[in-house]
Design a protein around this ligand. Structure first.
Ligand code: TXA
Ligand code: MG
Length: 313
């Protein structure tokens, strides 16, 4: 059994395991992360190997507070403004790395940048405090699969291959963090998430969208098959066809799974990945029809993930 209660003993065991260079899954407010000590090359290598992740797709480094950045990123006024407003929380910043950074070069191979965030979850915070080192962690799913929002989802992807998964219950937000690149004069959104472009713009001025680019991409992970269940997906469907499961939003007839009967986008985001995992059952359904979801606020991030899931097959 890899799932452990995230009490004091569970967190101490997970911290010891990380310090030994082993891999541990832990909850954040967005999705579960597959963590390794970001300063140990071989530990970081294990994360890539376990996920089956191509090593040109860099990892996010999690920190206990913004002060930790002084040890490995270049100072930037915008970082102070944004971390004060949004950390702990679902905003990842891509920054220039200091030449003598202690972070393993395996975290962002062939790049002089590093992605960082302070997660807003008591278990993640306690783990970082106990380890006292930055934790590199992608989402705790097999590469290309739907991200995990419960410890059971992590277990389903990794089983016995993973020694410890700290159980922090279902993730509150349920969608990955917004990724914002601050390495150029104009900030660029590399991945849509819970925190919107307009919230960021109100603090640091205009922000460019780079999340839907098809050709060369700044965030290598974005090109890939992602968030993908095994069944074919039809988006913006008014109704399901014979044999299809129907994923709906708001008032809808014939729902197999309703993301939010009250048409609340935050609630829909929190249940999206649970729904995709639950409905992805070829023994029951031939495909997945998805009702239209309003393309506003966090609905933009939901639609982004759904498009990638549909395209990924
Ligand atoms: O909410 C989240 O961000 C979760 C939790 C566990 O923190 N983590 C997560 O990690 O979603 P992952 O590895 O699944 O996604 C990281 C994204 C990828 O799209 C990757 O390409 C991008 O961040 N990224 C990481 N480092 C980067 C860098 N140095 N430059 C550009 N993009 C980077
Ligand atoms: Mg991921």
């Amino acid at each position: 059994m890899t799932i452990r209660v995230a009490d004091e003993a569970g967190i101490a065991a997970a911290a010891a395991h990380l310090k030994r260079g082993e891999v541990v899954a832990f909850p954040t407010e967005t999705v579960y992360g597959l963590g390794a000590d970001a300063t140990q090359d071989s530990a970081v290598d294990k994360v890539f190997a376990m996920k089956g992740r191509p090593n040109f797709n860099p990892l996010i480094v999690h920190v206990a507070n913004p002060d930790w950045l002084a040890g490995f990123t270049q100072p930037d006024e915008r970082v102070d403004v944004l971390t004060r407003a949004f950390w702990p929380g679902p905003l990842t910043l891509v920054l220039s790395q200091q030449p003598r950074s202690p972070i393993s070069t395996q975290v962002s191979p062939n790049l002089d940048t590093i992605a960082v965030r302070q997660p807003d979850h008591p278990v993640a915070a306690a783990l970082l405090d106990a380890v006292k080192r930055p934790i590199a962690a992608p989402s705790a799913n097999l590469s290309g699969h739907v991200s995990p929002t419960t410890a059971g989802h992590v277990e389903a992807d990794f089983g016995a291959a993973l020694d410890i998964t700290l159980d922090g219950g279902p993730c509150r937000a349920g969608l990955e963090s917004t990724v914002l690149d601050l390495t150029a004069d104009t900030a660029r959104i590399l991945r849509l998430g819970v925190i919107s472009a307009s919230e960021i713009e109100s603090l640091i001025g205009s922000v460019e969208d780079h999340w839907e680019q098809s050709g060369a991409t700044l965030s290598p992970g974005q090109l890939h098959k992602h968030y993908a269940p095994s069944l074919p997906i039809r988006l913006n469907s008014a109704a399901a066809r014979d044999g299809e499961a129907f994923l709906t939003f708001g008032h809808a007839k014939g729902a197999t799974f309703n993301l939010s009967p009250t048409a609340n986008l935050t609630e829909a985001a929190a249940s999206l990945y649970r729904a995709l995992r639950q409905l992805d059952d070829p023994s029951q359904y031939t495909g997945l029809a998805v009702a239209p979801i309003p393309d506003e606020g966090i609905g933009r991030a939901i639609n982004d993930r759904l498009r990638r899931a549909a395209r990924g097959r």
